[in-house]
Design a protein around this ligand. Structure first.
Ligand code: ASP
Length: 364
């Protein structure tokens, strides 16, 4: 019943607002609608490629261009799907696939290394219409973990699978499986060595903790990837995929596959994908907290995102950010770290792309 009411209210809303451009080919200049057909189909997509200490002074022009190029390529894939009437779930999944396949990001190929020199991947996807969700943790052979998360959601009675069992499920479902070395990149391996070297030089526990965190914070673009989308049917979805944190131990699982922490979607409120220091996002139940602020306190998406990231997460000591969208197409890209790779595209194909902090770099 609630779903019906939501759909009805959006139908009414968009019937009064004839502003959408139907099936405009992606990448073409924005045009005003020429038909007098009443549109009822807003849509949009927002993505991130990780947050952290991302400073302009540490970035070369060519690397910056490379990040922007992949972000744009990825968001155009999702936007094209939405423009053609595809679902938000499909847009989220395919957009994330582009970033998983690109070694620049800490997801799929290019994932960070565990203390043992392995790549253990986490991912989650959630459907805001049904509140269905699927997630995987600690997989080492699945080329695109977000696709496995989707399979868990659609074709298993469970929400979260881990390790060997998740990989067995992937094989049974015919997903693409690769040798673990597929995920290796020299740059990520060197980051691990740097952290391990600095660990060796410290003796007491506090110093070790600092040694673990310092290079992580200084070195790291957390690098996780995520997408949230609104489709023409008014449904929102969220997905996130990551290699986790460099030097993680003991089969550590981060916030990404924990529904409500790093990933959450509910048509009644918003879809959220997070990136940052996962332990804090788990403890703060960050993605769900933004949704709850909207549901219980009637906050706007932007206000809820700002309170949770700038006030609550910061107070807890956590670092990172989120991207989010609601069923009206409002978006938020909020972070308390120096930077967050991010991009948004609305139904008119207007692209917003940024890397560093506020007012520094948003461009179209
Ligand atoms: N949130 C991820 C984790 O803690 C890391 C990241 O965002 O890059 O596993």
């Amino acid at each position: 019943m609630r779903k019906l009411l939501v759909l009805l209210s959006f139908t009414t809303l968009f019937a009064c607002n004839q502003s959408s451009v139907d099936k405009k080919p992606v990448g073409e200049p924005t045009q005003k609608p020429v038909s007098d057909k009443v549109e009822s189909d807003n849509f949009g997509i927002v993505i991130h490629g990780g947050a952290g200490t991302i400073l302009k002074e540490n970035m070369t022009d060519s690397l910056e261009m490379a990040y922007k190029a992949v972000l744009e390529e990825a968001i155009r894939v999702g936007h094209g799907i939405l423009a053609n009437g595809g679902t938000s779930l499909e847009a989220v999944q395919r957009t994330i696939n582009v970033m998983e396949d690109h070694p620049l990001f800490n997801a799929g190929k290019g994932a960070v290394f565990t203390n043992e020199g392995k790549n253990e991947l986490d991912a989650a996807i959630m459907d805001g219409e049904t509140l269905n969700a699927g997630a995987v943790a600690g997989v080492t052979t699945v080329k695109n973990p977000i696709n496995l998360a989707y399979e868990v959601m659609e074709n298993s009675p469970h929400v979260l699978l881990s390790g060997k069992g998740a990989e067995q499920f992937a094989k049974e479902k015919g997903l693409e499986v690769v040798e673990p070395f597929y995920f290796h990149t020299d740059a990520r391996f060197e980051s691990l060595q740097r952290i391990k070297d600095s660990e060796k030089t410290e003796l007491d526990h506090d110093a070790q903790k600092t040694a673990f965190l310092d290079p992580f914070i200084k070195d790291s673009k957390f690098g996780t990837v995520g997408a949230v989308a609104l489709d023409k049917n008014g449904n929102i979805a969220a997905g996130t995929s990551t290699g986790g944190m460099t030097n993680k131990k003991w089969n550590r699982i981060g916030d990404v596959p924990i529904i409500g922490a790093g990933t959450y979607a509910n048509n009644a409120t918003c879809a959220v994908s997070a990136t940052g220091w996962g332990e804090y996002f788990i403890r703060g139940v960050v993605a769900y907290d933004i949704s709850a602020m909207m549901e219980y306190k009637k906050m706007s998406l932007q206000k809820a995102a700002s309170v949770v990231i700038q006030d609550k997460l910061t107070e807890l000591g956590g670092e990172g950010g989120i991207i989010a969208i609601d069923s009206k197409g409002n978006i938020a890209m909020e972070f308390n770290s120096a930077g967050m790779y991010r991009a948004a595209m609305n139904k008119d194909g207007e692209l917003t792309l940024g890397i560093y902090g506020e007012n520094e770099d948003m461009e179209e």
